[in-house]
Design a protein around this ligand. Structure first.
Ligand code: ADP
Ligand code: NA
Ligand code: MG
Length: 382
């Protein structure tokens, strides 16, 4: 989707990713062989990409940031956005949290842990008992780095599930106080190289099994709360260096308190709806931001929008049919529905295979279309 936006602006993009990645399939200015096939965790391949480009950016934060540092030091590339240091801080969710605390952004209480005893102690310190959320500091996304611990007897299993923890030479972990949120909100914020900032309307995200399932734009909450969320998000993003678009995930409590959950230093699932529903999409504004062009209008150009993720239900053709192609076909008959299929090579359980965005003249109209799509094959269950 980033490359699609680049194509329209005549911005030439080269992609470093594994073979058959969706981005290199749609590049308008390069053939398949121009792209670099391999891992974005490999500093040698990052150097190879940097030599061919003027500006580097990321659309996933789990990259080798030392490779990015080296590309700048060796003048292989003019600029990298966001900065490697910002990506480094954000890719370690605990370091990100410490950074946000330092900048007075409201976040959930959390504690660095390396053993079951540490977790037990942290729960006592939080003072509200179970549940708590155990999180992996790095390489977390789509709920993969999280385990809910509902009682002391579940601690050992949660550590094992997240790869063993530091005590067993596994990934670094931290534990977070449970946030009894009423809703989850998200705001996309773009900042250009010159320091101009725009933010998108506050949306509600609905997660299923820790993975984003539906996005409702704008969030159906008091407009003042939406503006408060926007301010929290802008303050958080401007506390980091570097240009680009950032996704800010937040919890809304019943008393309208807002707590920041996490930041993504890149275009974000909660901003997919902006392609059809806003004057300038998150992708175009990311490009404008990192190339220091004037930022585009982030406001919605329709009254209401809903985005539905197409998450794979498994790896068989039947799974592909029931979770991806079927709902897409159902969307053909819904006015205002735009279907995005990513061209990923294989379907897997929980894999994001595409999404559908509905634009409508009212939220009831968007909700009706959403129901038609979710009712396909009983996907509706909440
Ligand atoms: P990921 O990187 O996988 O998106 P998150 O930290 O955003 O990880 O967690 C995924 C989801 O888990 C959140 O969107 C939210 O629904 C739930 N969650 C995360 N942290 C907490 C918490 N402290 N209390 C309650 N729910 C949480
Ligand atoms: Na270069
Ligand atoms: Mg998240």
């Amino acid at each position: 989707m980033l490359v699609e936006a680049a194509n329209r602006l005549n911005i030439k993009t080269l992609v470093l990713d594994s073979a058959a990645n969706p981005a290199s399939q749609v590049s308008g200015h390069h053939t398949k062989d121009d792209h670099i096939i391999g891992s974005f965790q490999d500093p040698v391949l990052i150097a190879e990409l940097a030599k061919k480009c003027n500006v580097l950016t990321v659309e996933i934060e789990h990259v080798d940031t030392k490779g990015l540092d080296a590309a700048l030091e060796q003048n292989l590339v003019d600029q990298i956005h966001p900065t490697p240091q910002t990506i480094r801080t954000i890719q370690d969710k605990y370091a990100q949290k410490l950074h946000l605390i330092k900048h007075n952004i409201p976040v959930a209480d959390s504690k660095d842990v390396s053993s079951a005893a540490d977790i037990d102690r942290a729960v006592s310190e939080f003072g509200v008992g179970y549940p708590v959320m155990l999180k992996s500091k790095t390489l977390a996304y789509d709920g993969r780095g999280n385990r809910v611990i509902k009682s002391a007897s579940e601690i050992a299993q949660a550590i094992t599930d997240l790869g063993g923890g530091p005590e067993n030479k596994g990934p670094e972990l931290y534990v977070e106080k449970w946030i009894p949120f009423s809703r989850e909100l998200a705001v996309m914020v773009a900042r250009s190289v010159s320091g101009n900032v725009v933010s998108y309307p506050c949306v509600e995200t609905v997660q299923k099994d820790n993975v984003c399932h539906i996005v409702v734009a704008p969030a159906q909450i008091d407009g003042l709360v939406r503006e408060k969320a926007r301010r929290v998000a802008e303050n958080a993003v401007t506390s980091f260096d570097g240009a680009g678009i950032f996704g800010v995930e937040m919890f809304l409590l019943l008393d309208d308190t807002i707590i920041l959950n996490e930041i993504a230093p890149r275009p974000h699932n909660s901003g997919h709806y902006t392609i059809e529903a806003c004057h300038t999409s998150q992708y175009e504004n990311h490009l404008r931001a990192i190339l220091d062009m004037p930022l585009g209008n982030p406001e919605m150009k329709v009254a209401a929008s809903v985005m539905i993720n197409l998450l794979g239900s498994g790896s068989t053709l039947e799974d592909m049919e029931s979770s991806v192609l079927g709902p897409s076909r159902a969307a053909f008959s819904v006015p205002g529905a735009s279907i995005h299929l990513y061209g990923k090579e294989s379907c897997r359980k929980g894999r994001k295979m595409g999404h559908i965005t509905l634009t409508a003249n009212s939220m009831p109209e968007a909700a009706a279309g959403t129901r038609t799509i979710l009712e396909y094959n009983g996907l509706i269950d909440t």
